[in-house]
Design a protein. Structure first.
Length: 94
């Protein structure tokens, strides 16, 4: 069973289109495609790819400049785990 510790977002990098590479507190690295979420009103501004790229980590998840955020457990459960080492993808390693 997942718990909050596992779900916490530690690092995030833009990959392509509406995909992000996310490193979680448990060390797993996953690719999350958020395109399917952009039909929700809160995410409407993120359809503009320049707005999509303006994110930060806040309260253990991803928040965009528009104020939109997404539950860390959704990111964790819907991400596709990467099997290869991509630690060089992240600007800083924690």
């Amino acid at each position: 069973m997942n718990n909050f510790f596992e779900w916490r977002v530690k690092e995030v990098e833009y990959l392509e289109e509406y995909k992000l590479v996310i490193k979680f507190a448990d060390g797993k690295v996953k690719v999350v495609d958020l395109e399917s979420q952009l039909n929700k009103p809160v995410f409407e501004p993120l359809k503009n790819i320049n707005n999509f790229k303006k994110y930060s980590i806040k309260y253990s998840t991803i928040e965009w400049e528009s104020g939109a955020d997404i539950a860390p457990e959704w990111l964790y459960e819907n991400g596709v785990e990467l099997e290869t080492d991509i630690s060089s993808t992240f600007k800083t390693n924690n």
